[in-house]
Write a protein of this length. Structure first.
Length: 255
């Protein structure tokens, strides 16, 4: 497996591959011919950053058959998505903060994230795999009561884009078959979500292809594949972990 990370260490930012408990620092660009250096950094002494710095997070709704059936929605004929603001980015280990302007429920949504590896525009599904750099864990945090608060306009962007609501990491796994993955969400040691990626409506390569027909995706951009059943609210002081065996574990506190 090849896990790529971004870290802060002794006042500088680095990226590289995980080698056991150390990071093999690379030079250049993570997405364009990175070169290994002789420098290593002990992971325990570094601070994990978001594994990429996306210009946007494209996030799916109603993308799992079990959830669509539970909600009594029609299975979408094309991806249904919104964008999360880049201001919302948050790394593994950092605290999710409740917005001061909102006093309602804040929910977790455990998801698989696709990390784009090159500029992608109008690609065919058969060519999409070459544009996927790897996969990561996502917690698509949501101020759920805002979405339908106004009967005229559904506020997906506002509900999803508060500071600290775009949680992903801890790294990017580049060698994994997403169709075999299981997404679990653990809230305060209790399993709340456990669903297979095989239940997905639009799998990763199809998502990349279809979304790239609408907008250009840049290297480092993230597509959140959507969540399934088991979404629920967090209370201040809660710890939430998104666990995808073969990819990683993303853990954060909610304050």
């Amino acid at each position: 497996m090849a896990k790529w990370v971004r870290v802060a260490y002794q006042g500088r930012e680095y990226f590289g591959k995980l080698e056991g408990d150390t990071v093999r620092v690379h030079s250049g660009s993570m997405f364009a011919g990175p070169e290994a250096t002789s420098q290593t950094i002990p992971l325990a002494a570094a601070k994990l950053l978001t594994p990429s710095v996306p210009s946007k997070i494209v996030a799916l709704i109603d993308n799992f058959h079990e959830l669509v059936a539970k909600l009594d929605h029609a299975v979408p004929t094309e991806p249904l998505y919104f964008l999360k603001g880049s201001n919302s980015l948050l790394a593994h280990g950092e605290s999710i903060r409740a917005p001061k302007s909102y006093s309602g429920k804040v929910v977790y949504e455990g998801e698989l994230g696709i990390v784009i590896g090159r500029r992608t525009s109008g690609v065919l599904a058969g060519d999409a795999a070459r544009h996927i750099f790897g996969y990561t864990c996502i917690n698509d945090v949501t101020a759920i009561e805002i979405i339908a608060k106004d009967p005229v306009f559904a506020q997906w962007t506002r509900a999803k884009s508060f500071d600290t609501f775009g949680v992903f990491g801890p790294w990017i796994e580049t060698e994994v078959d997403p169709g075999k993955l299981i997404v679990k969400t653990i809230l305060d040691d209790q399993e709340r979500q456990n669903y297979p990626l095989s239940d997905i409506v639009f799998p990763p390569e199809k998502l990349v292809s279809l979304i790239s027909q609408d907008m250009t995706l840049e290297a480092g951009d993230v597509i959140a594949c959507g969540s399934s059943v088991g979404v629920g609210s967090m209370k201040p002081g809660s710890t939430v972990s998104i666990v995808i065996e073969g990819v990683g574990t993303l853990t954060n506190k909610f304050e």
